[in-house]
Design a binder for this molecule. Structure first.
Ligand SMILES: [Zn+2]
Length: 415
């Protein structure tokens, strides 16, 4: 919630930038007409973003009787951003230009529950360094970019997501025992020192929601729910363009809501959680082939379903029904416009899980909210969590540096 003048100014910048990303190329007039900000506020924020080299004026179009209107675009070459998704099984790094198009990537295995802080920091640092070295560092050639020649196209920052942790004023806090000790404390500060980059850290469920909000199916949604299926399961919620974080930052931990009373044991310590039925270890256990490497195990299950193995087929149907019951709960609680599913388990099994889940959700959710909800797979081509963390890094860059803050006093966002 934007409460201070500085927060309101930052929120206005994100609102304008989100509008430019959504449109690709647009005008001040169109941004004001499409969003909640006044034309005066849009003009002030655009001026700041032009000064910072984040936006460029790409062309001019005639307007009836007035001055020509400038078309605005994102200055892709202004700099790069690294988005890092640490999962229970690997570290994935994607580097993006400022248009948030992926330009390079790195992926390396890591058993999160078994490593210490040193090893985690080393793996992330190696991944980010390798990915950045593999990305083209071109200076912008867009007209108007860096008019004074002062804008270097360096790496503007990095965002790192860690599953099972939430963030408080004192740093990262594990949601429950068993997440390993590596991610606690001052991980962000240590990484910032190792990498020499501005750094933000957050939970992957929040990153997925931000990615859909800015670049995915959530662009026009008033109430967006994202579901991520991997080793764990969780949801992200965005209301009117803002992430729902809750009192202690753990809103969206849908994976640890009860699906079956006194059901399967969950790693959080409770029983019958959604995650204990639709998480990757549960799926592979049900198949009777718990794998040392979950990604390989899931690929084998997908291949078996594709080869019409009846056991594999019945397992994905059954998992789909559990997933659907969990989705029905989300639909009834949040009444979302859209529920977008992603994560590496969805990538592997989504084509079978989703129809089964949708059918179960239709039978169990209330008819009116279900009819108003679109349930679909993510359309984002980059790794969704990496993209979201790069967007968080961009927010951080806009908040802390590069944009002069004395030019204007934007009015509050109207809702
Ligand atoms: Zn649980």
């Amino acid at each position: 919630v934007a409460t201070t003048t500085s927060d309101i100014r930052t929120a206005s910048r994100f609102e304008v930038l989100r509008g430019v990303y959504a449109a690709g190329s647009t005008t001040r007039q169109a941004l004001a007409a499409a969003g909640p900000l006044s034309f005066a506020t849009v003009s002030n924020v655009v001026a700041e973003l032009l000064d910072a080299g984040v936006l460029v004026e790409t062309a001019y179009e005639a307007s009836a009787g007035g001055r020509p209107r400038a078309r605005l675009g994102v200055n892709a070459g202004r700099g790069r951003l690294a988005g890092v998704a640490v999962s229970e099984t690997h570290v994935r790094v994607e580097v993006f230009d400022l248009a948030l198009q992926q330009v390079s990537s790195d992926q390396r295995p890591l058993r999160l529950a078994e490593v210490g802080a040193e090893e985690l920091v080393a793996a992330i640092t190696a991944g980010v360094t390798t990915a950045i070295a593999g990305s083209p560092a071109e200076r912008s050639e867009a007209p108007g970019a860096g008019r004074d020649g002062a804008h270097e196209s360096g790496v503007l920052g990095a965002g790192v997501s860690l599953p099972g942790y939430v963030w408080s004023r004192s740093g990262a806090v594990p949601l429950f025992d068993g997440m390993g000790a590596a991610g606690g404390g001052a991980l962000g500060g240590r990484l910032a020192r190792e990498l020499g980059l501005p750094m933000v850290t957050d939970n992957p469920l929040k990153a997925a929601a931000l990615a859909e909000l800015w670049f995915g199916a959530g662009l026009g949604a008033r109430t967006l729910v994202t579901v991520t299926l991997g080793t764990g399961a969780g949801a992200g919620v965005a209301l009117r363009g803002a992430l729902l974080r809750g009192a202690t930052d753990s809103a969206g931990e849908w994976g640890h809501t009860t699906l079956v009373l006194d059901g399967e044991h969950c790693r959080c310590g409770a029983r019958g959680c959604v995650e204990a039925y639709v998480g990757a270890p549960a799926i592979l256990r049900r198949w009777g082939r718990p794998a040392a490497d979950e990604l390989t195990g899931m690929a084998e299950l997908a291949a078996a379903v594709r080869a019409a193995d009846p056991v594999a087929q019945s397992i994905v149907q059954e998992i789909g029904r559990y997933l659907g019951a969990g989705l029905a709960n989300l639909v009834n609680i949040f009444n979302p416009d859209i529920v977008v599913l992603g994560g590496w388990v969805m990538d592997q099994l989504g084509e079978w899980l989703l129809p089964a889940a949708r059918a179960t959700a239709a039978a169990r959710a209330l008819a009116r909210p279900f009819a108003a909800t679109t349930i679909q797979r993510s359309l984002i081509s980059a790794h969704r969590t990496c993209l979201g963390m790069a967007a968080f890094a961009l927010e951080n860059f806009l908040r802390d540096a590069g944009v002069p803050s004395s030019r204007s006093t934007p009015i509050p966002v109207r809702h």
